[in-house]
Design a protein around this ligand. Structure first.
Ligand SMILES: Cc1cc2nc3c(=O)[nH]c(=O)nc-3n(C[C@H](O)[C@H](O)[C@H](O)COP(=O)(O)OP(=O)(O)OC[C@H]3O[C@@H](n4cnc5c(N)ncnc54)[C@H](O)[C@@H]3O)c2cc1C
Length: 503
């Protein structure tokens, strides 16, 4: 049977986050005609919202910074944390990262710089101040008209405000730089408002194209060499989350509204693809917003967090995924309350809390404020005695400089955003801010091999089909080893997919 296509390319890439754009650039750079199909009107997905830290060890970027990182040290660290469960994937990642970064930086559009941000576990192989790096800011003029296609920073995007003045930074710089590099190859095409929900196979079962919904109707787009699914996870689908018992809520996900609902992965499942880790996400405590969403809180600088019994349950300075996992462990922790005092003049005591104005939160009743802890407890519906006792005990730890319950302040990460990490909560008025279990994307998805080929339950590969980023099940399992693992591992997986389809 001869297929009829609306368009045909060598490679079809579904999604436009970091994994997708890295894969598209690599394919186009190798001379393959490549199309990026993005469901929404803007490119970049959650990657564009991100800090764009890339955990890609043993590269020239760390060499330039002289921070002591090496592939061997990273191997020791990953092995200490993950054991041998995902050995082949760990090795593929370690082997590919330096090559990929060298290739990326050989392109004049792409440049990275190391940025201090400690790894998330105190284990052998950890490098002081971390090993991740970020893209250098990108002047919007360099990207020209294409800049308008890149999704702006989360607060501005939610208000439809565009990029504003100044260069594209962090996730916007990463997506902008990859887009610029793709555009300059002359082999790349980008289509927005193309939502892929079907895969086309030939008589032998090989994936040879996709079907997508567009404003102009349904289209069929052929791929002579392969299809790379890099369409994020299913974090924005309440239905798929419920089906797999994923904690949290689609409303509390940090992914852009209308983005990742798992449709691309579902199309692969319809062909017999296997999935794994469907109850896992990259977690974070989120400050509940008046609109019912959540804002990712990074780097606690004061206060404490209590459950609905008024008790602390973890070191508040834990890396966000680890704190999120503590939240998820008990229903009495969602919501939790961050209790803080006047030291931060009514502002949430964290390094970054995107766009939650105290006045709006107090008016909406997602935050409460009172002159005494007893009154605060009444307003927030917390047990008075327990809250006062918890705060008094914590203040004793702050005075002594030792958190006897949860060891806050003892790890390098705890002191990165606040040193000392133990600050008393004793200056009224006091605030209780509602915290929910947010996510930065799901990490369960299609099962892939070391070359990112999508596998069936029996371990055989679906010819012509690859997956990367949050569309695939992460080899890190229930762990988030360090800043930049989602993006770093996604770009590596996309790169390996392209190397494989190039043969
Ligand atoms: C504030 C914030 C900061 C973060 N900082 C970091 C960091 O510094 N480093 C790090 O590694 N991670 C960070 N993360 C997490 C990280 O951003 C995400 O986990 C990661 O970017 C996911 O990348 P991805 O390539 O899988 O896809 P995404 O970036 O999620 O992009 C997927 C894209 O696919 C599109 N899509 C979905 N379905 C379809 C379909 N059917 N057809 C076509 N297109 C489709 C979506 O609309 C979206 O644009 C952060 C997250 C947040 C929210």
């Amino acid at each position: 049977m001869v297929e009829t296509w609306d368009e045909q390319y060598d490679v079809v890439v579904v999604g436009s986050g970091a994994a997708a754009m890295a894969g598209a650039w690599q394919a186009a750079r190798a001379g393959l005609s490549t199309v990026v199909l993005e469901k929404t009107a803007l490119l970049g997905g959650t990657s564009a919202y991100s800090g764009a830290a890339c955990w890609l060890p043993g590269t020239d970027v760390q060499q330039r910074a002289g921070n002591g990182d090496s592939t061997e040290a990273a191997r020791t660290y990953l092995r200490s944390l993950l054991g041998k469960e995902s050995l082949a994937k760990q090795e593929a990642f370690l082997e590919t990262a330096p090559r990929l970064v060298a290739e990326l930086e050989a392109d004049p559009a792409i440049e990275f710089t190391w940025r201090a941000f400690p790894d998330y576990f105190d284990l052998p192989g950890r490098v002081p101040n971390g090993r991740s790096f970020v893209p250098v800011d990108l002047p919007a003029e360099e990207l020209g008209e294409l800049a308008a296609l890149v999704r702006p920073i989360v607060d501005r995007d939610r208000l439809g405000k565009g990029h504003g003045s100044g260069p594209l930074s962090a996730g916007r710089a990463l997506i902008g730089r990859l887009l610029l590099a793709l555009d300059r190859t002359g082999n790349g095409t980008v289509r927005v408002r193309h939502s892929v929900d079907g895969l086309v196979t030939d008589a032998d079962g090989r994936v040879v194209g996709v079907e997508a919904s567009t404003e102009g109707g349904r289209v069929r787009i052929g791929a002579t060499r392969g299809v790379l699914l890099a369409a994020g996870g299913f974090e924005r689908s309440a239905t798929v989350r419920a089906e797999h018992g994923l904690p949290g809520s689609a409303d509390w996900s940090m992914a852009p509204a209308g983005s990742s609902t798992g449709d691309a992965a579902q199309a692969a499942v319809a062909l017999g693809a296997a999935t794994d880790l469907m109850d896992q996400a990259w977690w974070a405590p989120g400050v509940a917003t008046p609109e019912g969403a959540a804002a990712f809180a990074v780097g606690f600088r004061g206060g404490i967090v209590v459950d609905q019994h008024g008790h602390r349950y973890a070191n508040e300075s834990l890396p966000y995924d680890r704190f999120g996992r503590e939240m998820a462990a008990d229903p009495a922790r969602v919501p939790s309350y961050a209790i803080f005092d006047a030291r931060t003049s009514g502002q949430f005591p964290a390094y970054v809390v995107p766009g939650v104005a105290a006045s709006d939160a107090l008016e909406a009743g997602t935050w409460f404020q009172a002159d005494t802890l007893e009154e605060l407890a009444d307003l927030a519906g917390l047990p008075r005695e327990a809250l006062v006792e918890t705060v008094t005990r914590f203040n004793g730890f702050a005075a002594a400089g030792l958190d006897e319950d949860f060891g806050r302040g003892q790890d390098e990460f705890d002191r990165f955003f606040a040193n000392p990490a133990l600050v008393p909560v004793d200056q009224g008025p006091f605030v209780a801010a509602r915290l929910v279990l947010a996510d930065l994307g799901t990490k369960g998805g299609l099962v892939t091999d070391v070359d990112s080929r999508v596998l069936r339950e029996d371990g055989t590969a679906l010819a012509g089909l690859y997956a990367a980023g949050n569309t695939s099940a992460s080899w890190t399992g229930p762990f988030y080893p360090g800043p930049g693992i989602p993006i770093g591992s996604g770009m590596v997986a996309a790169s390996r997919a392209v190397s494989h389809l190039l043969g």
